[in-house]
Write a protein that binds this ligand. Structure first.
Ligand SMILES: Cc1cc2nc3c(=O)[nH]c(=O)nc-3n(C[C@H](O)[C@H](O)[C@H](O)COP(=O)(O)OP(=O)(O)OC[C@H]3O[C@@H](n4cnc5c(N)ncnc54)[C@H](O)[C@@H]3O)c2cc1C
Length: 416
């Protein structure tokens, strides 16, 4: 079949490559080159977070909000200029943090992320991207055991879905990460996790492999996707050119919402913005990725420096970056590694495609099955991208996927 994939972040590139391996004639369409800073896939923390089944909205978050708003180091920042517009989504998001809903969401996320390292190894095998996939522990650090116990609900849910971790006291943590501040005296360390040592380099290498093996990359902005009565669908590009295909996959991250709306589908998705501070020439690199629990910040030893990434800020798509989250990340650097030095710093803002129920939209449109959605991967898109791509390839090939796709159905927000 001829298949067009719109969007070349981790989800689109993975999808295009799995489709190509199935023997389809695949066009990958993006307005930028894969691995460019405009993508969420460029600057994320790169953690292959197999155990991160619990969404951001959890029981009790609503009571923490006032404290977050008063603290300049809180992991959550409000974009005051767009607060009124964001409010309905935020309220619904908080409502989805009730216990029963969170348990449902975690159960639905688990099959998309649990085998992430294997999924990345399978995707990258035999390509230049393979060297970016690293196995490592993922270690959540806390001030003390009492602070860890406050996350009992999250860890209990992880355990119920197969998550396993080692608990480290102060001495063990210090033996693993000697440069860490003594203020962090307890850790929960997950084995069998991993990270991508350069998310941008990885996505670019996968795309290069895709093109070298016969896939076609098309630079252009998709302005419309139109299902054809005779079957198939067409992607209209800015400037008027049309790309006809038997199947069209919409994998344009947070920007998918606008194109989905034109097709008559609500996505309940916002740009949940995050930031990174990248320190090149850092004097110390941890052994593997670390989650600083009180700052909700990931620290990852990347190929080209030490990356601190995190924060949540709901804002309109493409609004200019804010300064406060970067300043908070800089303070986290100092708090976590007080003796760290580095040569240079760069900063970045990216937009997570986050639905109100923290689940992606995956699958064909009920009224136009030639068009498939593959977006909404929120905080774990690097983790689940290859899996999403494989599921789409299965659906296009009419192979029955080995997981229940019902929780990700694409028309769930149209039903009210
Ligand atoms: C600070 C931060 C840290 C993160 N850390 C992690 C982590 O450690 N682990 C993890 O698993 N996930 C993490 N994430 C989440 C992850 O980065 C995203 O979920 C993931 O990158 C989304 O991938 P995507 O392919 O859907 O979207 P993107 O990477 O945003 O790609 C979308 C692409 O679509 C293109 N596009 C959009 N509209 C059009 C159009 N009309 N026509 C043509 N092209 C178009 C864009 O140019 C872009 O290239 C993090 C995110 C942030 C912001």
């Amino acid at each position: 079949m001829r298949v067009a994939v719109v969007g070349a972040g981790i989800v689109g590139v993975s999808t295009a490559e799995w489709l190509r391996r199935d023997g389809h004639e695949v066009s990958l369409i993006d307005r930028t080159r894969p691995g460019e800073p405009g993508q969420a896939s460029f600057g994320n923390a790169g953690v292959l977070a197999a155990s991160s089944v619990v969404p951001v909205s959890v029981p009790g978050l609503v009571w923490k909000l006032p404290g977050y708003l008063l603290s300049r180091d809180a992991p959550l920042h409000l974009h005051w200029g767009s607060l009124a517009r964001s409010m309905p989504w935020l309220l619904h998001f908080l409502w989805n943090g009730r216990r029963t809903k969170v348990e449902q969401v975690a159960k639905a996320l688990a099959p998309l992320i649990g085998d992430t390292v294997e999924q990345h190894l399978a995707l990258a095998r035999g390509t230049n991207a393979a060297s970016f996939v690293r196995s490592a522990n993922y270690t959540a650090i806390y001030r003390n055991r009492a602070a860890f116990r406050k996350d009992a609900f999250v860890f209990g849910l992880r355990r119920s879905l197969g998550g396993e971790w080692d608990e480290w006291d102060c001495a063990t943590l210090n033996a693993h990460e000697p440069e860490l501040s003594g203020a962090y005296a307890f850790a929960a360390s997950f084995r069998d996790h991993g990270f991508i040592s350069s998310p941008a380099g990885y996505v670019a290498a996968l795309a290069e492999h895709f093109e070298r093996e016969g896939g076609r990359f098309l630079t252009g902005e998709a302005v419309d996707i139109v299902p054809c009565e005779s079957g198939g669908a067409a992607v209209t590009l800015a400037g008027g050119a049309r790309e006809h295909a038997d199947r069209v996959v919409l994998a344009a991250g947070v920007w998918s919402a606008g194109l989905a709306r034109r097709l008559g589908y609500k996505t309940a998705m916002v740009a949940e913005r995050g930031y990174h501070v990248m320190l090149s020439g850092a004097s110390y690199m941890p052994r593997g990725p670390i989650m600083v629990a009180d700052a909700k910040t990931s620290v990852t030893p990347m190929a080209d420096g030490l990356r601190f990434a995190g924060t949540v800020e709901v804002a309109p798509v493409n609004a200019p970056p804010s300064r406060a989250p970067v300043q908070a990340l800089r303070r986290t650097v100092r708090r976590v590694f007080p003796r760290l030095s580095w040569q240079s710093e760069t900063t970045w803002m990216g937009q997570r495609p986050s639905t109100v129920d923290s689940l992606p939209l995956i699958g064909p449109l009920p009224d136009a099955p030639a068009v498939l959605f593959a977006f909404g991967s929120q905080h774990v898109g690097m983790t689940m991208g290859p899996r999403m791509g494989r599921l789409i390839a299965d659906l296009v090939a009419m192979r029955r996927p080995n997981i229940d796709l019902h929780p990700y159905r694409v028309d769930r927000f149209n039903r009210g």
